[in-house]
Structures are given as C-alpha cells and as structure tokens.
Design a binder for this molecule. Structure first.
Ligand code: GLN
Length: 346
C-alpha cells in the first residue's frame, strides 16, 4: 500500500526502475479510413448543442462546420468533412503548454506548484481555488492553466508568448497563427480570468504581473488550428513526443506520459470521469468546439464542431470520438479474454 507523505503526495517507492511501454496497433489504413468516413456520415446532421457566445467572437462560428482527422503515429492522416476549417484552440492549448512547462521544469518542479487532480467544478471556477488554499489543483482548467502559463520560461511576457507559440507550432508541425479578432474579443470580456489571476497572485501562486499572465494565456487560447492540427498535436503525444510529420522531438516520452495521465483525469472538465468511462482515452476539449483524444502508441483523433453541451464540450466531437474509440479499438481499458484471442478484437 502506498502511504501519504506529509505533503499529501503518494510515496510509491518505485525508485528509478525503467518504465516499459506496451500498447498496440491501429487497424489497417483502409479500415481507419472507412471508420473515419462512417463517423462523419453518422453525426453530420446532428444538431444538438449551442455555439459558445460568452466570448463574442466565438458566436460567429458556422454551427454546421464538422471536421474529423485521425493522425497515425506513422504520419498517415485520415480527414473527413470540413477537416481544414480553422477555429481557436481555446482550452486545448492548456494540454500542450502543460507539456512544454513539464519539459522545461521537470515532473517534480511542476507537480509541486500545480496539482493533477480534477476540481469537479467548471473550467472558470473561483471556488476551486478557495477550497484549496489557493493551490491550483488542475492544470486543465483556467486557474491551474494560468499558473502553468506563468511558469513558461522567458524574461518578458513577449518572450513567454513566443515560447508558447513556437512550442505549440512544433506540436502541430507548422507555424500556428493568432486569431487577432478572437484574442481582442476575449480580452474585452475576460473579467473572470483577470479575477482568477489576481486571486492566484494574492495566494503567492504567481509571481509575475497577473494581467500579463492573462494576456499570454488569452493569446495561447486564440491560436488558430484545424482538426488536422489537433490530430497531429495529439499524435505527437501518442508518439513519445516526436512529431509524426516532421520527425522532430518536441518533448520527452516521460512528459507525454505525464501529460496524458493529467488529461485522462481532467481533460473534459467536470465530465472527465464520464468521458473516461465511455471513451477510455485521454482527451482535451475547448469552447470553440475542438476536441483532441490520444491513443498512446497509435495516434490521435482531432474533431471540430462548435455546438457544445452544458460543460462546454462539442456534442458531435464527443460522439464521433466515442464511435471511433469503439470501432478502432482505442479504449485503454478494454481487453479480450486470453482464451478467446484471435476472435473479434474490439
Ligand atoms: N479562453 C477560454 C477561457 O478562458 C478557454 C475556455 C475553454 O476552452 N474552456 O474562458
């Protein structure tokens, strides 16, 4: 049994034992292609959910847009629908900024300053900060994400922003651009994020100007991506940190493992448990309508559809990812009995 240490962290006593890796393979190219096409056809006419409008510029999104891309770790891409429709990455940036900070500061350096547990509360919750004496519990919601952004190396906010933009671009395998309209729109309406940053400063959790942290955070949320970018970014996390298109190492394999475990616990806001139960994959969503789901060692699914459920997760994106998790055999918790091996593997 593991025993809690005085600071509440688990003491697992595994030492420096080497971490072996065991995953599996995707079905063949033709099967992946046809399942992606089937997912698109199955959900393309679904109308449930509403487009986010609390950031005014997001309300301008085409509610019909629906793109899916599966990226394999060998670099093969399987797009369907409006796979190259662009949208702002929003909260999905949190996953990749977290990975960059873990790469720069190391597992323990980040772990000591931002927790890895789900708050169980909405992504812009202030109560979650107060309930934990100002210690941000979850790097995938706004408080923890702003604390993480503040840790990005750089002497100025401009340098930090450049680190984030170039780092996320390395994950995507192409230079990502800022959507100035979305950025300005959010900066005019993000009083709550400013309050969260000020609260973090009051608890001594960030040591630089909180308004500058909000500015860099809002920029990272406003980077433009399409479903293909999300799939490639996710496939980099699935590929031990090497971008399958550029073959460039972006982060270490250990950072990918740490990031994906945080995503599994927290990536879908307060619905993360339900998501893991139904889909069985680490994932992250954003309020513009993107979702990335990662199958370690295999690849990733990027989806875009702007109609959201009440937690801020894309309805068609969740459905398409659930369908592909099942048909491509991606659920990390699924197994078949040894005695039945050779029969249908799902
Ligand atoms: N920029 C958004 C915000 O801070 C991101 C939120 C999200 O995607 N859930 O409100």
């Amino acid at each position: 049994m593991s025993t809690p240490t005085s600071d509440g962290k688990m003491d697992l006593d595994v030492g420096n034992v080497e971490q072996a890796v065991s995953t599996g393979a995707l079905p063949g190219w033709d099967d992946v292609e046809s399942h992606v096409g089937a997912a698109y056809e199955r959900y393309r006419s679904h109308q449930a959910g509403v487009v986010a409008d609390y950031i005014p510029a997001l309300a301008e999104a085409d509610p019909e847009a629906f793109g899916i891309t599966v990226a394999e770790v060998n670099g093969e891409l399987h797009p369907a629908g409006t796979a190259s429709a662009v949208f702002s990455i929003q909260s999905i940036a949190k996953a990749f900024v977290y990975a960059l900070v873990c790469e720069a500061l190391g597992h323990d350096g980040v772990r000591d300053r931002v927790g890895v547990n789900n708050t169980g509360l909405a992504f812009n919750s202030v109560i979650a900060i107060e309930l934990n004496d100002g210690h941000p519990m979850n790097p995938m919601v706004n408080a923890g994400a702003m604390a993480t952004t503040a840790m990005i190396p750089g002497a100025t906010a401009a340098e930090q922003w450049e680190q984030i933009r170039s780092g996320l671009s390395r994950f995507a395998g192409r230079q990502l651009e800022l959507d100035g309209g979305v950025y300005r729109s959010e900066m005019l309406t993000n009083q709550r994020n400013r309050a969260i940053a000020a609260l973090l400063e009051s608890y001594g959790r960030i040591h630089i100007d909180p308004l500058e942290v909000v500015d860099v955070y809002t920029r990272q949320c406003s980077l433009l991506v399409d479903s293909r970018d999300l799939a490639v970014m996710g496939a980099t996390l699935a590929d031990g940190g090497v971008n399958p298109l550029t073959q460039q190492r972006v982060v270490s394999a250990g950072v990918c493992r740490d990031t994906l475990s945080v995503l599994a616990a927290t990536g879908m806001y307060e619905r993360s448990g339900e998501w893991l139960f139904e889909i069985g994959l680490p994932a992250k969503s954003g309020v513009a309508g993107g979702i990335v789901a990662v199958a370690p060692g295999k690849g990733a699914i990027g989806t875009y559809s702007p109609r959201l459920d009440s937690a801020g997760n894309s309805v068609r994106g969740q459905r398409a990812t659930a369908y592909l998790s099942r048909t491509l055999g991606l659920n990390l918790f699924a197994s078949n009995a040894y005695s039945e091996q050779g029969s249908d593997q799902q």
